[in-house]
Design a protein around this ligand. Structure first.
Ligand code: PLP
Length: 481
């Protein structure tokens, strides 16, 4: 099998972790839809900035001015990354997608009569912030999690002038289904309503080129996170139309966002500064921009090729595992309709046990549960309302044994066939009944841990910090759940 040359571009991919049989194996992160490791180019830029930064925007010193310029160049890179015209759009730095959506939501005054339309396939980040602003309506999705533009049209017709925004995911985080963003924008715009796209999953995997889209198909707002696109945590972006930000009150208020402050009045700056009160996260912005540049340099087609080979193989292999249930698009001829995010279950085996076995037996990280998208997962699993209610009561009582969910494997540009083969071998063994007795379930979290104890993560951290053994010896050794 061909090695993956893109793996060279990522830091930390050869680190070994302990597994249950006492060996140490190279960790395989198959949970890239949650967070990706960093690109080498990103680390390099972070290292440089740590040596050169100083207060930005208000300092007269050389380092201050250098850091200010660095930050503004990062802003330009973000617009360039999605092909947004800087005269029309501006990039506001946020801490992640959740923060970006919350900031956008705060721009809409609370009004119980007005509505925001989302879909049934949203991450909680693109659902909860809208609830406090007014009514939230959900446009339906099919079993694959796909939003039908005709259904959106029907919702908007019914809602009429009460609708004020459509906000949908660019790709479902649960199962990778890519949404028809251009068509959804066309429908929303026909009704005179702007479209916001939660691009947390889309941005790292698909080239977004606003300038190449017809005006009526262009989203008005886009939000994404650095930690899902090979930059560290803490950097995110809200890109939107300047004109909207300039005519609405800032979502966050304080220094750096103002032209003039009088005891009883304030003159706000124009966007994006207007929306960035407080000292900005320069490191988050600069690393996000470094990732954006590097992803463009590598090329989306190149990355997609790697990710889709793995996805196709995973889908085909899962079909052969007895009792496997795959959610979403399974047809390997329709890879353009999906990202490399595969959600599945093994019949009769708790999704948390599958994730636990992959972690403790194989040093493989995957995600399980509801992926912060509980309403969609209930639909995806085909639960009746009664079943959903029963689980709701259980969860309210903090009892997480047997709660519904699935396992999610998601690939990044650096993953390999070997990593996938290792995961498949364990899934096959699980389906054949191995490992069950070696694990215990924690009722408060639903997670499975080996009955004979888990590694001491704090020891590992102290080791990484190169602390003196005398300082930390004896604390928190192997714990037993
Ligand atoms: C589609 C989608 N939207 C929003 C988020 C929230 O992103 P963050 O945690 O970076 O704010 C996620 C994270 O998984 C996501 O997948």
């Amino acid at each position: 099998m061909e090695p993956n040359p893109l793996r060279e571009l990522i830091v930390g991919v050869n680190h070994r972790v302990p597994v249950r049989d006492g060996r140490k194996v190279v960790y395989a992160n198959l949970d890239n839809a949650a967070s990706t490791p960093a690109l080498k180019a990103v680390k390099q830029e972070a290292d440089q900035l740590l040596e050169w930064y100083a207060s930005i925007h208000r300092g007269a010193g050389y380092k201050s001015q250098l850091a200010s310029e660095w930050y503004e160049l990062a802003r330009q890179d973000i617009l360039e990354f999605i092909g947004a015209d800087p005269d029309t759009y501006c990039a506001i730095f946020t801490s992640n997608t959740t923060d970006a959506i919350n900031r956008l939501a705060r721009k809409f005054p609370v009004d119980a009569d007005r509505s925001v339309i989302i879909s049934w396939a949203e991450h909680h980040a693109n659902d909860l912030p809208w609830r406090e602003r007014g009514r939230v309506l959900r446009t339906p999705v099919n079993d694959e999690g796909w939003i039908d533009p005709d259904h959106l049209d029907t919702v908007l017709q019914r809602e009429g002038r009460r609708a004020r925004l459509v906000s949908v995911t660019g790709a479902a985080n649960v199962n990778g289904t890519v949404q028809p963003i251009g068509e959804l924008a066309r429908v929303a715009h026909r009704h005179g309503i702007p479209l916001a796209v939660d691009a947390a999953q889309l941005a790292p995997h698909r080239a977004i080129r606003l300038n190449d889209m017809a005006e009526e198909e262009r989203p008005d707002f886009l939000m994404f996170s650095g930690h899902k696109m090979y930059a560290p945590f803490g950097g995110g972006a809200l890109v939107g139309r300047r004109e909207f930000f300039d005519r609405t009150a800032p979502a966050v208020r304080g220094g750096g966002a103002v032209r003039l402050v009088e005891p009883d009045g304030v003159d706000w700056l124009d966007a994006p500064e207007r929306e960035e009160a407080g000292s900005p996260n320069v490191l988050g912005a600069v690393t996000l921009a470094a990732a954006a540049r590097e992803l463009q340099r590598i090329g989306f087609e190149e990355m997609d090729q790697v990710e889709m080979i793995l996805t196709r193989r995973l889908l085909q292999a899962l079909e052969r595992i007895p009792g496997s249930i795959i959610y979403g698009i399974t047809d390997t001829a329709r890879m353009q309709d999906r990202l490399a995010v595969v959600s599945f279950n093994l019949e009769g085996i708790d999704h948390a046990l599958v994730a636990g076995v992959l972690a403790y037996e194989g040093g493989i990280g995957v995600r399980n549960g509801c992926f912060c998208a509980q309403p969609f997962v209930m639909q995806m699993l085909g639960l009746t309302q009664e079943q959903a209610f029963a689980f709701r009561d259980k969860m309210r009582n903090g009892h997480k044994i047997g709660i519904p969910g699935s396992v999610r494997i998601s690939f990044g540009l650096y993953n390999t066939n070997e990593e996938l083969d290792h995961a498949l071998m364990l899934l096959q063994a699980l389906a054949e009944g191995e490992f069950r007795d070696a694990y215990r379930q924690d009722p408060s979290t639903g997670a499975f841990h080996p009955a004979d104890g888990v590694p001491s993560y704090s020891d590992h951290i102290h080791e990484l910090r190169m602390e003196e053994p005398a300082f930390w010896a004896g604390r928190n050794h192997t714990r037993f759940p």
